[in-house]
Design a protein around this ligand. Structure first.
Ligand code: PBG
Length: 328
């Protein structure tokens, strides 16, 4: 008995054919590589909670950037670990702040990498929260409007240092609008904003907080990060950010929220980014190390799933590995 003639072919017979008909391809230029910058000289220190990732001093960052660019990666996302912290995170908006100094140094190289700065206070506040805190005994609250002022200062300061895009991650109300207004008024009309629009209150940030020493010293972030149970709320957040002028919207984390990425993609008319966060990375790394999974296959599968869900851009610690080993 022959096959019915209208039976669809399964186009899987050779790797070349499988690749030809693959519906989803992750390009190296879809990826943004996060980097952690620390004070000092000659520092390239592995981050124990995020194996294979490092804290770099500015001189070492410039070296690292060359190898990133050589691999065909276009964009980097900078996180700073400042020399000092205070209650209002002022080291995030001084012209000699860690990221400002890094941007100054990058300007003097011939790097074409697109530089994005994470815009938040949590790495710079001594209490580790993302905003200006008002305490009342054991209770505390984030002062939204005061925080917006501090974030606007940080945005202007980073723009003055030549950053290519800012990525506000503080989840304050009216944040994108307030940043857009501040940038426009200070002659940075063309500077794009990639907003962490949908930011869940997630356990998967654990390794990152150890890396930047930003675990809150009291309370948690549940008052200003989203409940993982909510998806329609995510769409409201995205709509707000789009109305306020976000150029790119982001979902974070990625893997437990692939359905959210898909819905956000359907609901928005701007590029959608997804943050494949530190916990998602480190779990896979540890599993691969003890031989539980095939590292290359797993990384490929993870990045493909995020792209397939609808992400145009993936922020991932796997960027270099992918570019080195899996680039096709
Ligand atoms: C906030 C920020 C965090 C991450 C990126 N930006 C921490 C948080 O939201 O608590 C997490 C990234 C990761 O886990 O890889 N500045």
């Amino acid at each position: 008995m022959g096959f019915p003639s209208n039976r669809p072919r399964r186009l899987r017979s050779s790797p070349e054919l499988r690749n030809l008909v693959s519906e989803t391809k992750v390009g190296v230029d879809d990826l943004i590589y996060p980097l952690f910058i620390v004070p000092g000289h000659g520092v390239k220190k592995e981050i124990s909670s995020i194996p294979g990732q490092y804290q770099f001093s500015i001189d070492m960052l410039l070296e690292e950037m060359k190898s990133i660019e050589d691999l065909g990666i276009n964009s980097i996302l900078l996180f700073g670990i400042p020399e000092w912290k205070d209650a209002s995170g002022s080291s995030s908006f001084t012209s000699d702040g860690i990221i400002q100094k890094a941007l100054d140094a990058i300007k003097n190289t011939n790097s074409n990498l697109f530089t994005i700065a994470d815009l938040c206070l949590c790495e710079y506040t001594d209490h580790g929260h993302c905003g200006h805190i008002v305490k009342d005994g054991e209770k505390f609250d984030v002062d939204n409007d005061e925080t917006l002022k501090l974030l606007a200062k940080q945005a202007i300061s980073l723009a003055n240092s030549g950053v290519d895009m800012i990525a506000p991650s503080g989840n304050m109300d009216g944040m994108v609008k307030s940043l857009r207004t501040a940038l426009d008024e200070n002659s940075f009309k063309g500077l794009p904003i990639m907003s962490y629009s949908v930011k869940y209150n997630s356990s998967f940030y654990g390794p990152f907080r150890a890396a930047v020493e930003s675990a809150p010293s009291f309370g948690d972030r549940s008052t200003y990060q989203m409940n993982p149970a909510n998806k329609r709320e995510a769409l409201r957040e995205v709509k707000e950010d789009l109305d306020e002028g976000a150029d790119i919207v982001m979902v974070k984390p990625a893997l437990s929220y692939l359905d959210v990425i898909q819905s956000v993609k359907e609901a928005s008319n701007v590029p959608v980014a997804a943050y494949n966060v530190s916990g998602e990375y480190s779990i896979l790394k540890h599993a691969a190390k003890v031989g539980l999974i095939d590292e290359e296959k797993a990384i490929n599968e993870v990045l493909t799933s995020i792209k397939r869900a609808g992400a145009d851009i993936i922020i991932t610690y796997f960027a270099k590995y992918y570019a080195e080993k899996l680039k096709r």
